[in-house]
Design a binder for this molecule. Structure first.
Ligand code: HEM
Length: 478
């Protein structure tokens, strides 16, 4: 009897200890599977309500945007807590921690965007949805953008738009690379998404789109006259245009060989993709695609202007291909562009240094433990790629534009994530690289140039302060 009593008591004490430990562990810091303690990262939540947002933005605007991160990395380590954009946030500048954030599913992390942005995108946007529907749309779009068929079409379209644009360049006025590339990339994107050719409708769409994205970082107040309201009105007009295109496709035979993303989504047989969802998503997909590619192209021109050795190497590689194709009497195809190793390293190095997308934000759906760091439920996790890409322990002389470093380095590792990773890895990645390759090829084989002084601005998006003016001379000209 005594021994039974002792057993019951011991079990009760043991159970109570487990319950007590579990209840307290959230406050003290969790304990991981292993033996290392799990704690809330060090750091400061700053001032009430605004937190550290003002310091973050001030640094982001300055010519040393990493000061905010570097200061905290020195004080607290690569993962620290802060309070930015209205939410307590765990900032990760640690590649391994960011990798786990990116690879986690929606039970653990969901995308987190400013309220104005979520209002503009709508509930069914690929950028916001989770689970099987996101996987489905992501898979369909990603596969289409990777298909040789689309690459061949994009190559034809892009070559046409690039050559048309460059035909108007002359040596007696500055050429604003940022504007030129924005125009070209928009045409390519719209062609790939909804198969619209340049013309009146395209111009109107471009105008509406500019109006639409002007509201992305606005105050989330929606009534007539506000910025958000005007942006939503612009989106309505664009959705109307896309719906007209969808109706037209539905009335004619839907092509089994898709010519654009609308076809791809209309061909889907799951029954999950309604007309409204497709139309909304065509516009929402322009958000990540519209600005990123022109920024990539503009930065490549900037870095090449500052690095004559890289420019020379790039030019020689591209001239060689051009001459070969002329001798064979063949046009360039997409695989030719991807076959240029140095051109690819120039693009890779531009992505590393330029950090077109500085990082991604997620919201924790439950307490999460990564490498001993606690990310509490409801907090944001900010996987900040820029610090990883410019960390000297990952890259020697990280602020030096050095495409040659990629001749021995592999791009598929967690220290290089310009396109994110996991389930939300950018589906437009191949498209972006192809566009960059085509633009650079025609640019360096047709022109020599002198760049005017200009500086990179990193907030709210990366761009050149003066739109990157250059003075060009055609290679054949005296
Ligand atoms: C230099 C060019 C580009 C860069 C650096 C870039 C970067 C990124 C990054 C980092 C993400 C992940 C966002 C996240 O995890 O929350 C992403 C997602 C996405 N990108 Fe890109 N992108 C580029 C070009 C494009 C293009 C041309 C398109 C074409 C439409 C595109 C479409 C998308 C879409 C639809 C998503 C959302 C995927 C999802 O959430 O399932 N991107 N991009």
């Amino acid at each position: 009897m005594d021994s039974l009593w002792i057993l019951v008591m011991t079990t009760a004490v043991f159970l109570a200890a487990i319950i007590l430990y579990r209840n307290n562990s959230r406050l003290r810091g969790l304990r991981s599977f292993h033996t290392s303690p799990v704690t809330l990262p060090l750091g400061s939540l700053g001032l009430p309500f605004i937190g550290e947002t003002i310091e973050f933005i001030t640094c982001a605007y300055s010519d040393r945007p990493e000061t905010f991160m570097n200061k905290r990395r020195r004080m607290y380590g690569k993962v620290f807590k802060s309070h930015i954009f209205g939410s307590p946030t765990i900032v990760s500048t640690d590649a391994e921690v960011s990798k786990v954030i990116l690879q986690s599913d929606a039970k653990v992390f969901v995308p987190s965007y400013p309220k104005s942005l979520t209002e503009l995108m709508g509930k069914s946007s690929i950028l916001l949805i989770n689970g099987s529907l996101q996987k489905r749309i992501h898979g369909l779009v990603g596969a289409f953008f990777k298909s040789p068929l689309l690459k061949a079409q994009i190559t034809r379209d892009m070559q046409k738009y690039v050559l048309e644009s460059m035909a108007n360049w002359s040596s007696d006025r500055p050429i604003y690379i940022q504007d030129e590339t924005k125009n070209i990339a928009f045409q390519v994107l719209v062609k790939a998404l909804i198969n619209l050719d340049p013309g009146e409708e395209m111009e109107s769409l471009k105008k509406q789109f500019q109006e639409f994205i002007a509201g992305l970082m606005s105050l989330p107040i929606n009534f007539p006259g506000t910025r958000l309201y005007r942006s939503l009105q612009a989106k309505k007009k664009m959705v109307k245009l896309v719906k007209k295109i969808i109706q037209h496709r539905k009335n004619s035979e839907i092509s089994k060989v898709p010519s654009d993303v609308i076809d791809v989504l209309l061909n889907d047989s799951s029954g999950q993709l309604t007309e409204d969802l497709i139309a909304d998503n065509m516009i929402d997909m322009m958000i990540p695609g519209e600005d990123s590619v022109p920024v990539l192209l503009t930065l490549a021109v900037k870095y090449l202007s500052d690095c004559p050795a890289a420019l020379q190497h790039l030019m020689e590689e591209n001239m060689k291909l051009k001459r070969l194709k002329e001798q064979l009497g063949e046009p360039l195809c997409w695989s030719d562009y991807f076959s240029l190793p140095f051109t690819q390293t120039v693009i890779t190095e531009t992505l590393r240094m330029g950090n077109v997308i500085v990082g991604v934000m997620r919201k924790a759906m439950r307490d999460v433990e990564i490498k001993g760091h606690l990310i509490p439920k409801g907090w944001c996790a900010f996987a900040y790629f820029r610090s990883v890409h410019l960390d000297e322990s990952n890259y020697d002389w990280p602020y030096e534009f050095n495409p040659w470093r990629w001749q021995e380095k592999d791009t598929s590792n967690c220290n290089f994530t310009p396109f994110g990773g996991g389930q939300r890895l950018c589906p437009g990645l191949d498209l972006a690289r192809l566009e960059a390759s085509i633009f650079l090829h025609h640019f360096v084989t047709q022109f020599r140039w002198v760049a005017e002084e200009d500086t990179i601005v990193n907030f709210p998006t990366v761009r050149m302060k003066s739109r990157m003016p250059i003075w060009v001379k055609r290679t054949g000209d005296p």
